[in-house]
Each structure stands twice: as structure tokens, then as C-alpha cells.
Design a protein around this ligand. Structure first.
Ligand code: 0RA
Length: 641
């Protein structure tokens, strides 16, 4: 192996070992082999182009998913340098090709030779080489110095030497990468999700002002282009597009000790908070020091202003963080040369100094804004007062609900068909959409351990309504009492009356709507229920296929085609449009019987991502809502019970 006496930097051997390691342990590099990891591959490659944009050399990034699910990422940056690498040598002591270093040496990334980047993708930072190692094949094309170059890789290994394959215009440069993820590694039947990628590219474009990101999906002939002249100010306007704002967007940008801090803030009449934080363009969904800095400085500045101007009386307590958060829409984005993240998958910024910087920058700017805009300041303070009072009222209402549900048997909702078993490791609650399906479920169930709660109509959209209103809703009240846990801060898993809570809705758009609302409700008010693995989604069949003495229920169109082939064309096909079309026996056999059914376990990750998407896409617009629901319906993991 490494022969130190010969003074060889045996990078190519290291590269080989690196590639093998990545392929053996994809979890360490891209977080696994599931769909999230698959998306990670794309982000990793795009991050390199974003780095070029952040360094000021790239204005355009084109991403294409091809029909065979290979992906191309093309930018107009400087292009990876062509020629021998200044330090890395191969096994024979000869300098390695720069492109091979970037593409095969794990951890090499683009940061070398001093003239690298001010900031870099950081979180993903595992380098394109990891993507290359996990790809069946990958090609890199480089335009630089009037030439067009191409290098090819198979499962991370260079195929010969980089070749010139043509010319480039004199002032043309850039890098074009195409990869096909390796089915030997990603063995699950998964493919890229347009909506998930769109979401990420939109965010990247918002926080990388001036870059144009074009995303084409050739699998379905759809495309989207993002360019935001106003950067994160555009982002805030976008988030608030369906809300009534209380003032114009407050924007601040400042560099402290080499750390770039940028924030955009606007209060609206909404009841929820929409705050997003980014570190080096990466959406830090678990927040971190930058987010804490933003929130605490807003609370402090608003309290200071309200006291100073007599809007809070001596007897009044200070506004809490919750009070100043209601109706807040804000983005904080930091660019840090050495970001520290909690871990690879938990996306949280840890650098302690960032909190100080953000508090300082945001505090100054927002304080000045309030001083200079007394009308806006008054409206914001009034909003905080209202939410403080509403929170108080909600607390009382909530206590009432909890006290009531303590008297369990007395307050169990009339619509609930309870089971006789009391051991929660055995009991199940089916939440069923509609009274007619509820009827079938009641007749079809095993009443020993299965309880049924039919919910009528659409329950309230939790994003738009305030907590106290939601608690007033009869459907939600029934749900809370049936579960027995209480909600929010008073949630107590000990009270849970059913070990499995199963959402059972139709396999149509309305069904996914009500499922979405329920998931959002659970995520926001009973997250523990999801964390502890108690929430499931039932999977009713789409078709019943009968031939002679055989009856088969199938759950997807793919399965349907296969089954018809097996049974022959004469098979009788019945499509179920709703749960109501099944008789009680069929419902039991296909969807409720533990022996035959498939339940999908709802994970926190799924729910968190859904909630985020929900917040971004909900509002009053109908189309994005539908789109969201359709994406969301799939965002649960398969689980065989
Ligand atoms: C190494 C050095 C330089 C740029 C890059 C890599 C680079 C990598 C990628 C990957 C995708 N797009 C990219 N664009 C650039 C600096 C080049 C120089 O100093 O001229």
C-alpha cells in the first residue's frame, strides 16, 4: 500500500479505497439508500454549481432528469480546471488529472489551490466523488479556454484519460455532469420526486440571489425555472402571497467577522409562523443558532419598543416568544466559511458565534424599523397583544378539554364505536372518513380490539385557524377525547387509549385532503404520537379482480396489470372509488384484518417535511394545494404489520 519511503502520495489507491468505502457504506455519505438519499445525490451535484454562483462565477444552472432517470446538472461557472492537479499524485507518482481528483477522491470537493470558495455547501460537502461512486456511470464535460472536454466514469472509476471532444466559444465556460444512480446500491423501487426537488431548487434560487435555476423533468415533460432578483425578500413576499401583510418587508444584510448575515422580515394577519433558516443555502429545517438569534432579537426589540412607548403597561408581563411569533414570516440566511452542523441528517446549525451576529444585525435593523415606522410598530405590537390574550384563552379551553377527557367514559364521543379490550398494546382506533364508510367499518371490524371514529366533512384547516377555534370544532373535539392524550403542551402519551391510530380514507383527492388535514393536525398538536410510532395510514385496495373461484384485491395499477395477466383477460375487474363501495366483509378482508392488510407507518421525518411543504404551499390557492396533497399521499413508509 502506501510506500512512504518513495514519498508517493498514493491518491489513486486512496481514491479506490474511498470509492469502495462509499459503496459499502452509503449511509455515511448520503444518509442511506432511500429516496431521501437519492435526492441527496442531486443536491450534492447542484451544490457545487451553487458554490460557483456564490463565488460570483456562475449565473445559470440547468438541471434535467432524463427518461432513464439519469440526471444532468450544467452550470456556466469557471469549469473544473483541466490538467495535472498541483498536489495529488497517482500510484506511480505521476500527478493526477484535476477532474479525476474532484470526481474520485473522497472529500476533495472543489476546495483546493487557495483560490477556492469563500463558502461552500458545507452540509452536503461529501463531494461529487460520493455521487460518482454511487452511480452506475457518470460523465463530466468541461468548457474552458476554448475547448470542450469529456471524462467518463463507471461506478466511480475513471475510464481512461480526459479527452478533448470539441471546441467552446472563447468566453464560454462551465461544467456539465450527468449521472445515473446505481441500481446495485439503490435497490428499492424508487425514483426522483419532482415536487421535492422543485421545492429545494426554489429555495436555492431564493437564497442565491441572481442565479437562474432551470429544472426540466423529461420523464413527464414538465419544467420550472426560478430566478429571484430580490433574493430572500422575494421569498418572504412569496410566502405571504395569500396573507394580509402589516408592513413592507424589512431587509438587512451585513458581514461580521467573515460571516454573511441576511434576513427578511414581515408580519401578517396569519396565526401561524413561517420562518425558515438557511446556512450556506441549505435549508436548516431543524434551525440552530441563526434561527435562535433571529427569534430572540425580534422578541427583545418588540418588548423594548412596547415598554418604551407605553404600549405594555407596568403590570403587563413581557411578550413571550410565542406572542411575537404569531403572524411572523421571516428568512434568515447565513454564509459561513466553517459551518458546523449537528449531524448529517439532522439539519441544524451549531456555530455559537452566529447567534450573537444574527441577534446584533437583526436587532439593530428591526429596532430602527420600528422607530422609523410608528404606525407599523403599533400594528405589530397590537398583534402581539391579541395573540397573548388568545393564547391565554386557548390555554383555558385546552385545560377544559383535558379535564373533560379525564372523565373518560363520560365524555367519549357519541360517534365513537369503542372496542372492549383495554390493553393499549392491542387496541386500534380507525379514523374513518364519512358516515357511510364509518358504518361499513363498524360492521366489518373486530369489535374486540378495533374502535371506529367516523369523521364527517372536512375538519378545519389547521394552518388557517387558531388553536382555540380548532378545539371548538366538534370533529376535532371528538378525536381528542377518543384518544385520551390531551394536546399541545399538555399532551400525555400515558393517556393514549389505542396503541395504533389508523387513518382510513378513500384513495381519491378528497380522501387525501382529509388525510393531509389530519396529518397536519397530529404533527402540530400531537407530534409525540408520531414520534412514538402510533400513527398509521390504512391502505384500501384500488381494484377487486375475480376469475372463476379466485378473488384478488390489488393496491396499485402496476399490480392490477400483473394480476390480469396472470388470471387472463376474462377476469372481472371492479374499481373501488371509495370505502363506501365495499361491503363490511370486504373492508375487513382487504383493509382491516391484521392478517391481510398493509399499514403505512407515518414517520416524523415524513410529517415534518409534509408540514413544511404544507406551510409553503397551502394558503388559499387551490392548485398548489392539490399538488401538495398528491405528493404527500406517498410520503409514508411502507410497513408490514
Ligand atoms: C475546482 C476548482 C475550481 C472550480 C471547480 C473545481 C468547479 C467544480 C464544479 C463542479 C460543478 N461545477 C463546478 N464548477 C467549478 C476553480 C477553478 C479556477 O480557479 O479557475
Amino acid at each position: 500500500m502506501a510506500d512512504k519511503k518513495n514519498n508517493y502520495d498514493v491518491s489513486s489507491i486512496q481514491a479506490l479505497e474511498g470509492i469502495e468505502h462509499v459503496r459499502k457504506r452509503p449511509g455515511m455519505y448520503v444518509g442511506g439508500t432511500d429516496i431521501k438519499a437519492l435526492h441527496h445525490l442531486v443536491y450534492e451535484v447542484v451544490d457545487n454549481s451553487i458554490d460557483e454562483a456564490l463565488a460570483g462565477f456562475c449565473t445559470s444552472i440547468n438541471i434535467t432528469i432524463h427518461a432513464d432517470s439519469s440526471v444532468t446538472v450544467e452550470d456556466n461557472g469557471r469549469g473544473i480546471p483541466v490538467g495535472p492537479h498541483p498536489s495529488k499524485k497517482d500510484a506511480n507518482g505521476k500527478p493526477m488529472e484535476t477532474v479525476d481528483v474532484v470526481m474520485t477522491v473522497i472529500g476533495a470537493g472543489g476546495k483546493f489551490g487557495g483560490g477556492g470558495y469563500k463558502v461552500s455547501g458545507g452540509l452536503h460537502g461529501v463531494g461529487i466523488s460520493a455521487v460518482n461512486a454511487l452511480s452506475e456511470w457518470m460523465t463530466t464535460e468541461i468548457k474552458r479556454d476554448g475547448k470542450l472536454w469529456k471524462q467518463e466514469y463507471k461506478r466511480g472509476m475513471p475510464q481512461g484519460k480526459i479527452k478533448q471532444i470539441g471546441k467552446a466559444e472563447k468566453d464560454e465556460s462551465g461544467t456539465k455532469q450527468t449521472f445515473r444512480f446505481d441500481k446495485q446500491i439503490f435497490t428499492e423501487d424508487i425514483d426522483f420526486r419532482f415536487d421535492t426537488l422543485v421545492q429545494r431548487f426554489r429555495e436555492m434560487a431564493f437564497v442565491t440571489r441572481g442565479v437562474t435555476i432551470k429544472f426540466v423533468d423529461e420523464r413527464a415533460e414538465r419544467e420550472m425555472t426560478f430566478y429571484f432578483e430580490g433574493g430572500i425578500t422575494s421569498f418572504v413576499r412569496y410566502l405571504n402571497r395569500n396573507r394580509e401583510n402589516l408592513h413592507s418587508v424589512v431587509y438587512v444584510e451585513k458581514e461580521i467577522e467573515g460571516v454573511g448575515v441576511e434576513a427578511s422580515i414581515q408580519y401578517t394577519d396569519a396565526y401561524t409562523e413561517s420562518v425558515y433558516s438557511f446556512a450556506n443555502t441549505i435549508n436548516t429545517i431543524d434551525g440552530g443558532t441563526h434561527l435562535t438569534g433571529l427569534r430572540s432579537s425580534l422578541t427583545r426589540v418588540i418588548n423594548d419598543y412596547a415598554r418604551k412607548n407605553g404600549l405594555l403597561k407596568d403590570a403587563d408581563p413581557n411578550f413571550s416568544g410565542d406572542d411575537t411569533r404569531e403572524g411572523l414570516t421571516a428568512i434568515v440566511s447565513v454564509k459561513h466559511p466553517g459551518p458546523q452542523f449537528e449531524s448529517q441528517t439532522k439539519v441544524k446549525l451549531m456555530n455559537p458565534e452566529v447567534q450573537t451576529y444574527v441577534t446584533q444585525v437583526v436587532g439593530e435593523a428591526f429596532g430602527t424599523f420600528l422607530e422609523e415606522n410608528p404606525q407599523a410598530a403599533k400594528t405589530i405590537v397590537a398583534k402581539c397583544l391579541t395573540s397573548a390574550r388568545a393564547r391565554d384563552a386557548a390555554r383555558k379551553a385546552r385545560d377544559l378539554v383535558i379535564r373533560k377527557s379525564a372523565l373518560e367514559s363520560l365524555t367519549l364521543p357519541g360517534k365513537l364505536a369503542d372496542c372492549s379490550e383495554r390493553d393499549t398494546s392491542k387496541t386500534e382506533l380507525y379514523i374513518v372518513e364519512g358516515d357511510s364508510a364509518g358504518g361499513s367499518a363498524k360492521q366489518g371490524r373486530d369489535r374486540h380490539f378495533q374502535a371506529i371514529l367516523p369523521l364527517r366533512g372536512k375538519i378545519l384547516n389547521t394552518e388557517r385557524a387558531r388553536l382555540d377555534k380548532i378545539l371548538g370544532n366538534n370533529e376535532v373535539k371528538a378525536l381528542i377525547s377518543a384518544l385520551g392524550t390531551g394536546i399541545g403542551d399538555n399532551f400525555d402519551l400515558e393517556g393514549l387509549r389505542y396503541g395504533r391510530v389508523i387513518i382510513m380514507t378513500d384513495a381519491d383527492v378528497d380522501g387525501s385532503h382529509i388525510r393531509t388535514l389530519l396529518l397536519t393536525f397530529f404533527f402540530r398538536y400531537m407530534p409525540k404520537l408520531i414520534e412514538e410510532g402510533h400513527l398509521y395510514i390504512a391502505q384500501p385496495p384500488l381494484y377487486r379482480i375475480a376469475f372463476k373461484n379466485t378473488v384478488k384485491y390489488v393496491y396499485s395499477d402496476k399490480e392490477k396489470d400483473k394480476t390480469i395477466k396472470e388470471l387472463g383477460d376474462k377476469a372481472n375487474l371492479q374499481r373501488y372509488k371509495g370505502l363506501g363501495e365495499m361491503n363490511p366483509d370486504q373492508l375487513w378482508d382487504t383493509t382491516m384484518s391484521p392478517e391481510n392488510r398493509t399499514l403505512l407507518l407515518v414517520t416524523v421525518d415524513d410529517a415534518a417535511e409534509a408540514d413544511r411543504t404544507f406551510d409553503m404551499l397551502m394558503g388559499d390557492a387551490v392548485d398548489p394545494r392539490k399538488k401538495f396533497i398528491q405528493t404527500h399521499a406517498k410520503s409514508v413508509r411502507n410497513l408490514d404489520v
